[in-house]
Design a protein around this ligand. Structure first.
Ligand SMILES: [Zn+2]
Ligand SMILES: [Zn+2]
Length: 336
């Protein structure tokens, strides 16, 4: 049987190991993709730790994968060999449970997660359920498409469903893997875009990404800075720091909305009085494969692109360490 290179985790809290595996054959309704790039995400730390439900070892992580369809199983009619495709976090759904029957595939009771419930994209080849596959538009290269399939779709989808309208004041907290895409999306969607970060060193970069305003929380608390600008309609929290997220609630205008796409471990401490003006706090869960397609099409149309650093599969462990110490600017992408 033909072999491939892959990076796997073989036990809880184990390292990323480069291994040789059989190239998998796609069963009915699955598609095989020759991987050209796969982004590395902070959620991959949960795969390493083995804390996600439904996960077994060994597991090949990777839910920001982009490449070309290489083979299809029986019953696959919409994908052909050679199609440029990508797959994100949402790894498939059953079409039969109540949530699926209502069209809410992300809430599927048997929902699959790429690189968690089945092997992901840290490999030369991967097989995935056909419903998890998204088409990559012309003009978008695989290494850019990868991060758009998790960091991108999450911020794009959260913003477009936030209720904000053109011209509204929208703040993006944190300028990392998610935030640097969030700022670009917010600006391209026509919002008056505020980037919020600690320190002055990221201001020039934030403005280059399209931010109209910048709040340096080392000098001005986020709430005060936002109220000076009139109060935010939406604050998108992309960095996992509960204290700074909670501190931004006071920067929302009445009926403004705080949308979380980051998952801090500590509880959020909010003064309930701050919510009585109709402010809301909500989370947003990435999206389905058609949302991935929308994200990539919008990005190709408007020139939104992740800033990436490429690493070969052999360097997965180095890339991971650089990501955890915030040295990657701004998304690590493995290129087999
Ligand atoms: Zn992710
Ligand atoms: Zn279902």
């Amino acid at each position: 049987m033909a072999k491939m290179k892959a990076v796997q985790v073989s036990k809880a809290n184990g390292a990323f190991e480069l291994v040789e595996r059989d190239i998998p054959t796609p069963p009915a309704n699955w598609v095989r993709i020759k991987v050209e790039a796969c982004g590395m995400c902070h959620s991959d730390a949960m795969v390493r730790a083995g804390v996600l439900p439904g996960m077994t070892f060994p597991r090949i992580p990777g839910h920001e994968l982009a490449g070309r369809v290489d083979a299809v199983g029986a019953g696959v009619n919409s994908w052909r060999e050679g199609d440029r495709v990508g797959v994100g976090w949402h790894g498939g759904n059953c079409f039969e449970c109540e949530a699926c029957r209502r069209g809410d595939y992300l809430a599927c009771e048997k929902g699959r997660i790429t690189g968690v419930t089945h092997d992901g994209g840290y490999a030369e080849y991967v097989i995935v359920p056909k419903e998890s596959v998204a088409r990559i538009p012309d003009g978008l290269d695989a290494a850019s498409a990868g991060p758009l399939l998790c960091a991108g779709i999450t911020t794009y989808n959260a913003l477009r469903h936030s209720g904000a309208r053109a011209g509204d004041l929208v703040a993006v907290m944190g300028i990392g893997g998610l935030g640097h895409l969030g700022v670009q999306f917010a600006a391209k969607m026509g919002f008056r875009t505020v980037a919020i970060s600690s320190g002055s060193d990221k201001e020039a970069f934030a403005r280059e990404l399209g931010a109209h305003e910048y709040i340096d929380t080392a000098k001005t608390p986020a709430a005060e800075g936002l109220q000076k600008l009139g109060g935010a309609h939406v604050v998108l929290a992309t960095a996992p720091h509960s204290a700074s997220i909670a501190a931004a609630v006071g920067g929302l205008r009445a009926r403004g909305k705080l949308v979380l796409v980051a998952a801090p471990h500590e509880p959020l401490t909010i003064n309930p009085f701050q919510l009585l003006s109709g402010r809301t706090i909500a989370g947003w869960p990435s999206g389905s494969s058609i949302d991935s397609e929308d994200t990539m099409r919008f990005s190709a149309l408007t020139g939104v692109a992740p800033r990436i650093e490429k690493f070969p599969l052999e360097k997965a462990e180095d890339a991971y360490a650089r990501m955890l110490s915030n040295k990657v600017r701004f998304r690590a992408v493995l290129v087999p």
